[in-house]
Design a protein around this ligand. Sequence first.
Ligand code: NDP
Length: 278
Amino acid sequence: MTPSIPTVKLNDGHDIPQLGFGVFKVDPDETERIVSDALEAGYRHLDTAAIYGNEEGVGRAIAKSGIPRDELFITTKLWNSDQGTQSAFDAIDLSLEKLGLDSVNLYLIHWPRPDLDRYLETWLAMEQIRDAGKATSIGVSNFHRSHLEKIIAGSSTVPAIDQLELHPTFQQRELRAFGAEHGIAIEAWGPLGQGKYDLFGMPAIAETAAAIGVTPAQVVIRWHLQSGIIVFPKSNSSDRMRANIDVFGFELSPEQMAAIDALDAGNRVGSDPETATF
Ligand code: NDP
C-alpha cells in the first residue's frame, strides 16, 4: 500500500511531499531500476541534479511508471558552471529534455559559489524560468544567510526552499531560524549523514530505535520530519528504501527528540558553501 505522506506548504502556495527519494551517487546505468523501485515503494518526490548525470534514468523511470504527472514532485538543480542568465536558460532546457518533462516542480541553484559573484544574476534568471512555466517553484541550495539576504533584497522572490546539509550532528539551527522568519522551507541533504559519522550507533539514536522497535535510520528520518524538515534519503537497496518511507506508524516523544537535538556537533560531511570552488 502506498503510504500517505504529509506535505509542506511553500511560500508560493504550492505543496511539497515532506519525504522523498534522493539520487546523488546513484549510478546512471542503474538509476532507472532504482527509481522504479522507489516509485513502486510509494515515493512520489524525487530529488536529482544536472551534475548527478542521472536525469535521463529518472525520466525513464517516471515515463515507465505510468504515474500521473500531477502526482509526482520532481526537483532538479542548476550546476555551478551554468550560473549566469543565458547559461541558466540553456541548463533548464537540457534538464527538462533529459527528464522528458515540460516542467519541474522545483528548480534549485545548487551552490552559491560566492567567488563567482553570479548567484543574484542567476536568481533573476530563475524567476524568468518560473515565469516561463519551466519550474513551478524556485529555490536554492547551500545558501547561507548573506547569500539569501542578497537575493531577497535584489529580486521580487523569496526562495521557496533552501536545501542544506542537515543531520543530527549538523543541525543548521541559525539557517533554520532564518528560514522560518522569512518563509523559506528547509530541505535536508545528507539526512543520514551519508554514513560518514556513526549516527546509527549514537546512544540517543540506537537506544530510541531499540525502545520503539524500529531501525536507527527510521529514527533519524522521523527526527527530521518532526522537526519540520523536508527529507529525501537515498538508498540503492529496495529493502532500505522501503524501510525509510515506513516512518508514519510511530512518533518520537519530546524527550527522544530532545536527546537527538543534543547531538548537534558541527560535523559537516560536505563542503563549506563559503569556500567551495567546484
Ligand atoms: P544520505 O544521508 O541520504 O545517505 C545515503 C547513504 O545512507 C547511502 O550510503 C545509503 O546506502 C545509506 N542508507 C540509506 N538508507 C539506509 C538505511 N535505512 N540504513 C542504513 N543505511 C542507509 O545522503 P545523500 O547524500 O544521498 O543525501 C540525500 C539526498 O540529498 C541525495 O541523494 C541528493 O538528492 C541530495 N543531496 C544534495 C546535495 C546538495 O548539495 N544540494 C548534496 C548531497 C546530497 P545504500 O544506498 O547502500 O542503502
